[in-house]
Write a protein that binds this ligand. Structure first.
Ligand SMILES: O=C([C@H](O)CO)[C@H](O)[C@H](O)COP(=O)(O)O
Length: 228
């Protein structure tokens, strides 16, 4: 089985801070995600900048599209996005639009299950439509209310639909392996990386945990072990 991919969610609003954080973290992750607040605030120029600076990382633009799927997503695929997200609560025509435009550019569409009531039914429906990735997602506001993505992950994973499953919602080094064991093929971490004292070390630690590779964690890991 292929190793899972690790994705870092860039959720700052500040353009330069986002580029600086991406520079620090890019060597340790597979996918750079431009988070929803970040892309809304900074626009497509940020995608163009990251695309030019990070040719070896995939880039996900978290548009969370709710209408006009093809029309809204197309410029982002054109500008180099590898994955664009569409809301699972959107009209099926909107979801199909993003899948169609992803296919037009040889890229991927991710359907985000945030706030979808019948997650099993919608997952089956969009998988049949050709969705490339299902996003199991406990949003920041839901996390603040104490929710986690694990039950939803088990549900989606148990459907065995053969599509990639991305998991986001407070994932950290201590839970990265748990989400992979439960069926995630893409592990997303935002706050656990950008909120760490050493984001590069935190990203490396999460990657090692998700992929099951050995990592001393460098100086950060050594200090952590010493004081734990
Ligand atoms: O998608 C996200 C959120 O809805 C804001 O757009 C976050 O990027 C995602 O939840 C990952 O961040 P963490 O939950 O902090 O790991």
């Amino acid at each position: 089985m292929a190793k899972p991919l690790v994705q870092m969610a860039l959720d700052s609003l500040d353009f330069d801070q986002t580029v600086a954080l991406a520079t620090t973290v890019a060597p340790h992750v597979d996918i750079l995600e431009i988070g929803t607040p970040c892309i809304k605030y900074n626009g497509i120029k940020l995608l163009e900048t990251l695309r030019a600076k990070f040719p070896n990382n995939k880039i996900l633009v978290d548009l969370k599209t709710m209408d006009a799927g093809f029309y809204e997503a197309e410029p982002f695929y054109k500008a180099g996005a590898d994955i664009v997200t569409v809301l699972g609560t959107a009209d099926i025509g909107t979801i199909k639009g993003v899948i169609d435009v992803a296919n037009k550019y040889g890229k991927k569409a991710q359907v985000d299950l945030i706030n979808v009531t019948d997650k099993a039914a919608r997952t089956k429906e969009v998988a049949k439509l050709g969705a490339h990735i299902i996003g199991v997602h406990t949003g920041l506001d839901q996390q603040a209310a104490g929710q986690t993505p694990f039950a939803d992950l088990n549900l989606v994973s148990s459907l065995n639909l053969g599509v990639d499953i991305s998991v986001a919602g407070g994932v950290k080094a201590t839970t990265a392996k748990q989400v992979v064991d439960a069926g995630a093929t893409i592990v997303v971490a935002g706050a656990a990386i950008y909120g760490a004292a050493d984001p590069a070390a935190a990203a490396a630690e999460i990657s090692a945990a998700a992929k099951g590779t050995q990592s001393s964690g460098g100086l950060f890991g050594w200090l952590k072990k010493l004081f734990s």
